[in-house]
Write a protein that binds this ligand. Structure first.
Ligand SMILES: *Cc1c(COP(=O)(O)O)cnc(C)c1O
Length: 389
């Protein structure tokens, strides 16, 4: 099919929920991709932090293909060694006690909300504190958790029981912690909100506060997790242990997965019949995730993420059109002195570089396996595009 035929088909048959860019990618290897016309792109997106090992990593692809040829799915009434092994490997890498598997970030957060409600049930505590400018998903409950009115307005009423505090302002959280609150849910780096890192003192202070008040600390690691910020989960870089952590995007390297991880205290909170997911923890998806976890948890791999992130950040900071760069590891946002971030995204795509935006920032989430050569090639395109501003 030609690009125009694909675009026409999209316009005829796909609900117009995405503002798409004129490119159709049909092949990829690590941080390079090719479109229908054979044009090459450097990828600084990994599909919004999903392709942790880049496009079509050979070991990942063969693990997935081998499992598909063996047994592709079984219902959750039965045991699957891929499913149970992934849970063990994930608990060991994260320091958490048990996992519930589902299919997406929103679904993982839904599970976290149910756990928080169950935890507070006996004492009538049902409210959850989240942060202004956060993003937790698109279902009606996770939209309610998302502290951005612009996402709410067309779909009211949303699920009740969410109140909003300010990020990096411990007293604003403290002010909301009355006897009706069962949990606090945060991102350590607000991704969609504009790549805004929470300070160490805030996250550590929150841990202390939640423990004192018997309120769960729940960390949404959907974007920050699985090596993205340079530690396996970002909370490990902050030196805190949450009660609940949710993870999705990069976890299965490009296959749909979500997981809600709980600590020792919560490992028996959900009983048979309280939560479920038809596809959750499917063996094919778990086979892909096991390859991701096996590679990413290696300290040498994580050190490389930190080094490449630091190199990318410094290189971007050196560009005269850049006002500042913020983020952690390979999760970076660039504020430009002039020019619109979306226009820059479109121009980058035309020149062969895929980038994202987050609010008024250009956002970079390259595959964790990106090479220095691929970074340099992408930077050269970015520099050229910024030179036109
Ligand atoms: C993307 C994202 C979600 C939603 O994940 P889906 O898989 O799209 O449902 C939730 N939380 C954060 C922090 C995210 O970045």
């Amino acid at each position: 099919m030609t690009f125009q035929e694909i675009k026409d088909q999209d316009q005829s048959y796909i609900l117009h929920t995405y503002g798409r860019v004129d490119a159709s990618l049909v092949k990829g290897r690590n941080a390079r991709a090719w479109d229908t016309e054979g044009k090459e792109y450097i990828d600084f997106t990994s599909g919004i932090g999903v392709n942790a090992l880049g496009y079509s990593d050979p070991a990942w692809a063969s693990a997935v293909a081998a499992q598909a040829a063996e047994i592709q799915h079984l219902c959750n009434y039965y045991y699957s060694p891929q499913n149970t092994s992934l849970a063990e490997e994930l608990c060991k890498a994260s320091g958490m006690a048990k996992a519930f598997f589902c299919n997406s970030g929103a679904e993982a957060n839904e599970c976290a909300v149910k756990i928080a409600r169950k935890y507070g049930e006996k004492r009538g505590a049902y409210q959850i504190v989240t942060l202004n400018n956060s993003f937790h998903g698109r279902t009606l409950t996770t939209l309610a958790a998302t502290g951005q009115a612009a996402f709410h307005q067309d779909f009211l009423p949303l699920t009740e029981g969410f109140v909003y505090a300010e990020g990096n302002d411990l007293s604003s959280v403290e002010a909301l912690l009355d006897s009706t609150v069962c949990a606090v849910l945060i991102e350590t780096v607000q991704g969609e909100g504009g790549v805004i890192p929470m300070e160490e003192a805030f996250v550590q202070g929150l841990r202390k506060l939640c423990t004192e008040q018997d309120v769960l600390l729940m960390i949404d690691e959907v974007q920050t997790g699985v090596g993205r910020t340079g530690s396996f989960y970002s909370y490990q870089g902050y030196g805190v242990e949450p009660d609940v952590a949710t993870t999705a995007k990069g976890l299965a390297g490009g296959l749909p997965i979500g997981a809600c991880l709980v600590n020792e205290k919560l490992k028996d909170i959900l009983q048979p019949g309280m939560q479920g997911s038809t596809f959750g923890g499917n063996p094919v998806v778990c086979a892909g995730a096991r390859e991701v976890v096996r590679r990413v948890k290696d300290p040498a791999f994580l050190r490389e993420v930190q080094e490449k992130g630091a190199y990318l950040k410094e290189s971007l900071e050196a560009l005269p059109q850049v006002e500042y760069v913020r983020g952690k590891g390979l999760m970076l946002g660039v504020k430009l002195k002039t020019g619109d971030a979306h226009d820059v995204l479109v121009r980058c795509a035309e020149e062969g570089l895929l980038v994202l935006t987050a609010k008024e920032l250009v956002r970079f989430l390259p595959p964790l396996t990106i090479t220095k050569e691929e970074i340099d090639k992408g930077l050269a395109v970015f520099e050229k595009v910024l030179g036109e501003l």
